[in-house]
Design a protein around this ligand. Structure first.
Ligand code: URA
Length: 167
C-alpha cells in the first residue's frame, strides 16, 4: 500500500557482485525523491563509513532496505508492508550471495533475524542469515543523534573488514 504514495521506488543500489550488503529500514524523503537508498544525511554518514572507514568504494557494495517505498512521515513500517516488501530483499540477497551482511539498526536486524532482541544486545555479535554471516550494528541516523556511539559501530565494522580480508 505504500506504493500509491511514493515518488520513486527505492529498490537498491550497488554491485550485484558485491561481497558486502548493507540493509537499512525504509526510504526517507531524500531517498523517495532520488530513488536511491541512503542518500540523505544518514546516507552520507553511511557513505563515510564505507569510503573513509572501510576504504572501499560505495559502488562496490550493495545497499538496500527492508521496505522499498517511503512510509508517510517516516512512520514505522506496518506488518503488511514488511510482508509485501521482504520477499524482494530476500531475492536480492539470494541473487547477490554476499560474503557478509550488515544490518543497520534494530528494524533491519530484528526483521532479518526474526527476533525481538534489542539492537543494543544484538550489535557487535555475528549472527547468521541463511548461511551468510550477518553483523547487526547501529543505524547511521541513530549515530547522527548519538555521535559518541560511533566507536561501537567502528568496532562492528572492523569485524566485518576482518571477515572480508580488508585489513
Ligand atoms: N534510512 C534507512 O533506513 N534507509 C534509507 O535508505 C535512508 C535512511
Amino acid at each position: 500500500k505504500l506504493s500509491t504514495r511514493r515518488t520513486k521506488i527505492v529498490f537498491g543500489v550497488g554491485s550485484p557482485a558485491a561481497d558486502l550488503v548493507f540493509v537499512g529500514e525504509a526510504p526517507g524523503h531524500d531517498e523517495d525523491v532520488s530513488g536511491e537508498p541512503f542518500v540523505g544525511p544518514a546516507g552520507q554518514l553511511l557513505t563515510e563509513i564505507i569510503v573513509k572507514g572501510m576504504k572501499i568504494r560505495r559502488q562496490d557494495v550493495y545497499i538496500a532496505n527492508i521496505i522499498k517505498c517511503r512510509p508517510p512521515n517516516n512512520r514505522n513500517p506496518e506488518p503488511d508492508e514488511i510482508a509485501a516488501c521482504e520477499p524482494f530483499l530476500k531475492q536480492q540477497l539470494h541473487l547477490i550471495r554476499p560474503k557478509a551482511i550488515v544490518a543497520l539498526g534494530s528494524f533491519a536486524a530484528q526483521c532479518l533475524l526474526k527476533t525481538r532482541t534489542p539492537i543494543s544486545r544484538l550489535r557487535g555479535v555475528w549472527a547468521n542469515y541463511q548461511g551468510i554471516p550477518l553483523m547487526p550494528t547501529c543505524h547511521p541516523a541513530y549515530l547522527l543523534r548519538n555521535p559518541s556511539d560511533k566507536r561501537l559501530v567502528w568496532h562492528d565494522i572492523q569485524q566485518v573488514m576482518a571477515l572480508l580480508g580488508l585489513r
